[in-house]
Design a protein around this ligand. Structure first.
Ligand SMILES: Cc1ncc(COP(=O)(O)O)c(C=O)c1O
Length: 486
């Protein structure tokens, strides 16, 4: 163990020491990147239980410290999931672009927030530039605006809080939830991300306020399904103030029929929020932007850049068609922070966000966009959506594999039908468990209308058709072993 001999505070900020460790860490990360992207890291995730992991990390924080920094970093890398491996095809988490990783290190050093302009001048303005770029892609005009926040879940909550203030005629922000608000409800697809229901519950409206709208055979909410749910809700005495549409949904990557839903919302004077956490970046792809046709009529949208824009998390945009509405979700008086400053108050973002201190999230995306250009990101989305369609063809041409639906994005659900096993749900669960334990691939699962499917998100640009074929071979082999050892 290295022994700390000096411990005066100023020395901890010594730039030469920083440089020395910094070079070492960059070398470690560069080697890691090379190993992960080339696939030479064999195990995509560690086969270590939470209890084992608990024991792997020292709990004794001694007074003197003295541990070796680089060793701790190497250990953290070794026992983490390796998203840069082409065989990471699990959750919707992007392998971070190296440029963006470097920008995040700069953000960490500067640690400028964005509560008010004064605490993060560059950060605030870069957020605004990113929002303007996204707004244009959505098709909003100059009245639009928004900000960045810490994740799609928080973004959805923020948008729904705004919708409630804007559409119900009740000032729940001031008066609290009471008898008058007890009938408020939101129409939300049965396929929506769970953060929508969570948001409605956090808002104090109760579980019953989330009216689940059935979806069609492709797991999409349509005019037909939403009309029926609305009529039933009204009959039950509900006051429906918002619809949340998915673009796309989490489990199957399905895009709701935004154009017809938007028309419906306009007719009924309901707020339309589009959860584009995963699928909004399709707007950058010439080939796939039509999937979001109609989003320009939505009152608000959420767009994660840590999913389909290759950013390290976390970075989520909340965008409003009418920026004025964005002041309705949160509004606090804090004399120590906010001054009445008519000139430039738009730049004091904490009026409109849950966070006070917030990560300096804009720098990584702004610099990546400036360095690589938007076409790079559009091409990336196109490549991954195209690849997923090819993988669906491979499934359809493979004996004993069954596709859930034709993929609309880069999410694909399928299952293996082994004649030796009659309980196919159990089989998929066992296959996934075995594959995760082997560490060769990271895949997830989804239950759709009672059937368990294996689920992949093809999010890593280094994943190819061959990677997918390799996975199918592994599934077959695993299933055979499971059936033999029954
Ligand atoms: C459609 C959708 N919305 C929201 C979220 C939540 O986003 P976050 O994990 O950034 O909170 C997800 C996450 O997978 C998602 O798929």
């Amino acid at each position: 163990m290295q022994k700390n001999t000096t411990c005066t505070l100023p020395e901890k900020y010594n730039s030469d020491t920083f440089k020395q460790h910094g070079y070492k860490i960059i070398d470690i990360l560069a080697d890691y990147l090379s190993d992960a992207t080339s696939g030479s890291i064999k195990e995509v995730l560690p086969n270590v239980t939470p209890d084992e992991m608990l024991n792997l990390w020292d709990e004794d924080i001694s007074e003197e410290g003295g541990a070796n920094f680089e060793s701790l970093i190497i250990k953290a890398i070794d026992y983490s999931n390796h998203l840069h491996s082409p065989r990471y095809i699990g959750h919707q988490v992007a392998p971070a672009l190296p440029y963006a990783v470097l920008a995040d290190a700069v953000s960490a050093m500067l640690s400028n927030g964005a509560a008010i302009y004064e605490v993060g001048p560059v950060n605030t303005i870069l957020e605004t530039k990113i929002i303007r770029w996204m707004s244009k892609l959505i098709g909003y005009n100059n009245n639009s605006g928004g900000f960045l926040t810490s994740g799609g879940s928080l973004g959805n909550l923020t948008a729904l809080l705004t919708a409630r203030q804007a559409k119900t005629g009740l000032d729940i922000w001031t008066d609290g939830v009471d008898q008058k608000s007890s009938k408020l409800a939101v129409l939300t697809s049965e396929q929506n991300h769970y953060s929508i229901k969570k948001a409605i519950q956090i808002m104090g409206l109760g579980e019953h306020a989330a009216i689940s709208v059935p979806t069609n055979e492709n797991y999409q909410m349509t005019l037909e399904t939403i009309t029926d749910a609305y009529n039933q809700g009204v009959k039950d005495g509900k006051k429906i103030f918002a619809v949340v549409a998915s673009a796309c949904s989490t489990a199957t990557g399905s895009y709701d029929a935004l154009e017809e839903i938007a028309k419906f919302c306009k007719e009924k004077d309901i707020w339309l929020h589009v959860d584009g956490a995963h699928g909004a970046p399709a707007l950058i792809s010439d080939k796939y932007k039509s999937l979001l046709k109609g989003i320009e009529h939505a009152d608000s949208a959420v767009w994660d850049a840590h999913k389909m824009m290759l950013m390290p998390h976390i970075i989520t945009a909340v965008i409003f068609k009418d920026e004025k509405n964005s002041y309705k979700a949160f509004s606090q008086k804090a004399s120590y922070l906010f001054e009445k400053d008519k000139n430039g108050d738009w730049a004091n973002l904490a009026h409109r966000t849950m966070e006070c201190t917030k990560g300096m999230m804009a720098l990584k995306l702004y610099t990546s966009l400036m360095v690589y250009g938007s076409k790079f990101f559009g091409d990336y989305v196109t490549q991954m959506y195209d690849l997923t369609k090819k993988c669906a063809e491979i499934i359809k041409n493979s004996e004993r594999f069954e596709l859930a639906i034709e993929p609309q994005s880069n999410i694909i659900c399928f299952r293996y039908l082994d004649q030796q096993e009659s309980d196919l749900n159990l089989l998929q669960n066992k296959i996934r468990k075995e594959i995760l334990e082997s560490g060769h691939f990271y895949i997830v699962k989804a239950t759709l209308r009672g059937k368990v499917y294996l689920r992949c998100t093809l999010i890593n640009p280094l994943t190819t058709e061959n990677t997918f074929i390799e996975l199918l071979e592994e599934i077959k082999k695993t299933s055979k072993q499971i059936c033999l050892t029954k």
